[in-house]
Each structure stands twice: as structure tokens, then as C-alpha cells.
Design a protein around this ligand. Sequence first.
Ligand code: C2O
Length: 499
Amino acid sequence: AAIVNYDFNISWVTAQPDGFSRPTIGINGEWPIPQITANVGDRVIINVVNGLGNQTTSLHFHGLYMNGTPHMDGPVSVTQCAIPPGGSFVYDFHINQPGTYWYHSHDSGQYPDGLRGALIVKDPDSPYKDQYDEELVLTLSDWYHDQMPGQLARFISYANPTGAEPVPKSALMNDTQNLDIKVEPGKTYMFRIINMGAFAGQYLWFEGHTMKIVEVDGIYTEAAEADMIYLTAAQRYSVLITTKDDASSNFAIVGSMDQDLFDAVPADLNPNVTGWLVYSDSAPRPTPALVDEFEPFDDFTLAPYDKLPLYTDPDYSFELRVEMNNLGDGANYAWFNNITYVRPKVNTLYTALTSGNLATNPAIYGDHTNPFVLEKDQVVEIVLDNMDPGKHPFHLHGHAFQTVARSEEEAGDYMYNETLPAYPMRRDTVMVRPNGNLVLRFKADNPGIWLFHCHIEWHVASGLIATIVERPLDLQNTLSLAGSPYASPNSSALAIPTS
Ligand code: C2O
């Protein structure tokens, strides 16, 4: 295992990935921002300096369990305070899981302004390592022209009573609209595909080629063939693609934003982004066929490669009812069980570390954080009943959960009468359908303060967040404020491991 060091100076740059020039949040003067790359077992140390001048920031490493270092998870007001302009923060953690991840700001709806990139954990012992020649990263994203602070202010205001989310201006592939990927005939490539978007799920396919899915959200799967996949915001897939034996044609790679998510589709919106598998510069580039019905692969049919069986007989099961509606100020908010998340003034982790035995009482975290306290090794079940006519991709920090049940749209509440899969797929982000339901299970084996939220950045802003307080007394035993230079609830780091 190695130590992998990064120095990140986060600052404003100008970028024009779709031809429109705008201020964008870059790192070390550049955008796209760097990929974080490590091997399983490595320690990663990232020195972050906030050079934005006008905004606070933080980094979250989406999908990493942060086992033993929950104070490195990144969400502001949860595990740390925001890094102020001119301030710095050192993220220091071990990665003991392989796979395809990403990192992004977890402060004030900031990442769609550019602060999101790939995080790849290579695995010399991958069960699929002999089945491909080369690996490549393919990111998808929606893209806006206006900066988030102004858009968020308009979005959450009486002027937007229906809560209509701003529609992206365009879609990007590897942060461009001119992506050429050179390939050679008769080879197999592993594409690590990441949707780093703020809002739009995307359908993705490779013209003339079949994908073999081998990983989702960091979990190896039994290999499954697919012609088209769907990635919600924040989901990842690794797929193997074997190229043709000859170089007589090039083939389009198409990402297509899911327009079901958009309340009104502007006439000039191009929902697609097209990249190319380039076999030969002189070969033709046939226009991709139009798709009139999207039929993506169903991720619930995947099985985990490790065959971890279904967690049975949950020790703790709770329901989260999703609703979106107006509150007193005429603005549209989202809530679980009638509570819209409001950031606490003191970090939830700091509260857990400083409240002794009271830390197991959800009330001390404030109802407005939607707290759920877990005990050691409980099998936990979240039943999500979506009362809203929209699709929501839900994400849990600190865990990959078993995807135990998911209804079709309009099915209403979960009825507890289904036969569950013996080896459910695990992942960290999954979509509930409109007015449908979703059931997830995981084991409380990772002490920390973990957010559970919709990964549509607009819905984070409108409060669709719960706080999972996992084993707070164990946190008190493993993290200490003593001797920390940051031992204050308002500082930009708050705890150091005792060991
Ligand atoms: Cu990516 Cu909170 O998450």
C-alpha cells in the first residue's frame, strides 16, 4: 500500500465545455478537475486550500465507506464545518474497497458549478482482471450556464411554488461534447462510467456494441449483458466492451438525459451527448439511430459477485415518506415524514462526540436533521414510500445497501408481502419510481454520521435528507477532540482519531 498525495487549490476558472463560457470551479487553475486514482489499500492525503474567495467549500468522496475516519466524509454541518475562503483542510483516509467512485463538493449545492470529478480505486485482484486489455473512464454530466447560488435562490422561492427544477442546458461526456476515444480492433476495454450530474439521469449505449456489466457503485457483479444502461445522478457502472475485428467504421457512444425529470422541456434543448469509439480517423461516423423507447437494463436483476445473502429479519425498520410541497413562505420544499432537513448550527458529529450517553437519543440532534440512531450490528431496513410523482435517486453515505425491493411507478406504499431476492444487489445510490416504493437493507457495521438523501442537487437544497447516527458511543471511543487543533464546533475540522 502506498501514500497518495494531492494538493488541491480550489478556485474559479473559466470553462466552456459546451461552447458557452462561464465561471467554473476548478482545481489548481484547471477544469476539468483531476481524477483521484489509488489502489485498494492505499492511504490518500489531500491538502485542500479554498481559493474561491467568495464561497465556502468541502469535499465528499462518494461511495467510500470512510471506515474509522467518518470525520473525513465531507458533508458540511454533518461531519465538518465548511472550509472558509482562504482556509484549508486535510482529508486523510485509507481506501479498502475497489471500484468506480467520484468526489464532489458537499456544501450548499456547489458541485454543479464544476467541483466534481472521478475517483478510481484500482484492484490488482479484480475477478475480471484477465478479461480486459485496458480500462478507461467515461463520465456523464448535465451542465448549466448559470451559477448555483443564484439558481438556488430562485428555485427555493415564492416565485417557484411548484418546485420546478432548472433544466440543464446541455449534457457532457468526459466534460466535453467532442469526445473521441481511440480503440483498436479485437480488444476488450473496461469502461468505468460515472454520472456526475446534478439532476439528470442518463441513458447510455454504445452503437453496435454490447456491454458486459461487471461492477455497480463499487460492488462487483456477476457479469450481465446490456444494450443500454441508465445511470441516475451519482450512479456508476463498469462495463466490458469488446471491439469489432475490423476498423471499417466508427461507432457513437450516446448519453441521453432522462426528460421525464424535466417539468418543461425547452424547445432548444439537445438532451443527447455523443462521443465516439474511434477505430480509424478515416472511417465513417454513422449517425446513431433514433431511440423512441428507452429500455435500459434493470439493475435489480444484478447479483453481487460475492454472493452476500439477503439480510433477513431486520432489527430496526423505519419508513421514510417522501413529499414535496409548499411551506409557509410559498416556496416548494421536500420532506421525509413531514420534516424538511435544515442544517444544524453545530456539526452533527461534534454533537455526537460531546454529548456523552445522551448521544443515543435522537432528540439531541434536532428534529430538523431527521435523525435515526443505529446500534451495533443491527440489520437496518429503510422503507421508502414515494408520495411524489417524480423519480428520486437515493444515496446513503458510509455503506453499500442491499436493494431489496422496488415497485413499478404508481404502486403506492410498500406492502411487506414480497418474495425478496436471495442475493440482492448492493450499491450506494438507487432510484425510487414516481409514487412507488423502495426497500433497502444494510448492517450497522460502520460507526459514523451518514447522510441519506436524494442525489438530485435541487432536492438536497429543498431538504430531502435524513441523518443516520450510527453507533455514536463507538464514535466517542474511537474519535477524540482532545489535542485536536480544531476542537471547536465552528472550526473546519473537528476530530482526530485516537489511534
Ligand atoms: Cu454524492 Cu451526499 O453525496
